[in-house]
Ligand binder design. Sequence first.
Ligand SMILES: Cc1cc2nc3c(=O)[nH]c(=O)nc-3n(C[C@H](O)[C@H](O)[C@H](O)COP(=O)(O)O)c2cc1C
Length: 379
Amino acid sequence: MPTLATTVNGLKLPNPFVIGSGPPGTNINVISRAFRDGWGAVIAKTISLDASKVINVSPRYAKLHSGSGEVIGWENIELISDRPFHLWMDEFKRCKDEHPEGVLIASIMEECREEAWAEIVERCQDAGVDGFELNFSCPHGLPERKMGAAMGQDPEILEEVCGWVKKVAKIPFWAKMTPNITHIEEPSRAALRGGADGISAINTIRCVMGVNLDTLKPEPTVEGYTTPGGYSSKAVKPIALRMVMEIAAMMEKEFPEQTVSGLGGIESGEDAAQFILLGADTVQVCTGVMKFGYGCVKPMCEDLLTFMDKHGFETLAEFKGKSLPYFTTHADLVERQGARKAAQKAAAAVEVEQKAKVSSDAEWTGDSFVQQSDSLAQG
Ligand SMILES: Cc1cc2nc3c(=O)[nH]c(=O)nc-3n(C[C@H](O)[C@H](O)[C@H](O)COP(=O)(O)O)c2cc1C
């Protein structure tokens, strides 16, 4: 009987499905609900020491629908949590009291000052959380204060900040990457060099959802204006898979002990299987929970187990990264295809030659008559 249970950076998870940072982990009510419904771990909504600087607007979401009406893309211009830090510390403590077995990960973000990062790490640690995710990837609102994606796009700063966290963290921490960068391996490598125990990828992709053709205003429209936001949901999965593949391939060679948490558009056990096949240890779901509710973890677990059963995999480790060796360069694809075609041509020529050989009079055929005659001639 296959098992979904897994140990990641020393954290024991009943399954690899983790609530991704965002509205599904935004206070103790919803975090507790996630644990009750069987999620493997919860990453809370990103917090900072001073929530008074966080001012959200409304509307802050916009959706992209397919022809059949399904939501396939989701833009948000939401900031990190606007709830006071001391409230979060109380809730983290209560949450760990109520769910001692539940793996609770604090998502944190601060300005580029060592004292600020040290303080937020120490205070969350004291509140009893099991791990951290450092948010280096929020694409809107915070980069203006040199936070979020502004840090994630600068490998030097990333390495330095991870080093500050490493000095004070007694629990594992992952660095969450922004996809709004050309080569995702570079900031990932910097974070790991700085001491991160794992990489989470991806956060949202900077986007403009669309323009309303009646009002001529881009959406979501706030007082007649908008700002580019972060794109998530099903439509981003191919991009997330590519980035997770690139990170995992780099880490297999350079950081084999560290882990990968994959996210971006995951909505099913089959989606999760694909991320794990490309090197993820855990998979996170954020927008999927906003579309389907907390109960979606149950069919996800069942479908992942069905996939494992079909292939005879007993544990997640048995298929983690199993599809990575099938990536190569385009030049190599051309070479492999050329070699296959040449081999097929050579085999066809041998077959023609074989067919042309006559060992009894019954083998003469009308179609190969000339070749058969030739094959019996010398010189
Ligand atoms: C409304 C909304 C709010 C989010 N807030 C945060 C956040 O506070 N911190 C963070 O690291 N990621 C945040 N994210 C990003 C998600 O955690 C995730 O990286 C991204 O949406 C891709 O995964 P998904 O397609 O499963 O949502 C947010 C996403 C959405 C849709």
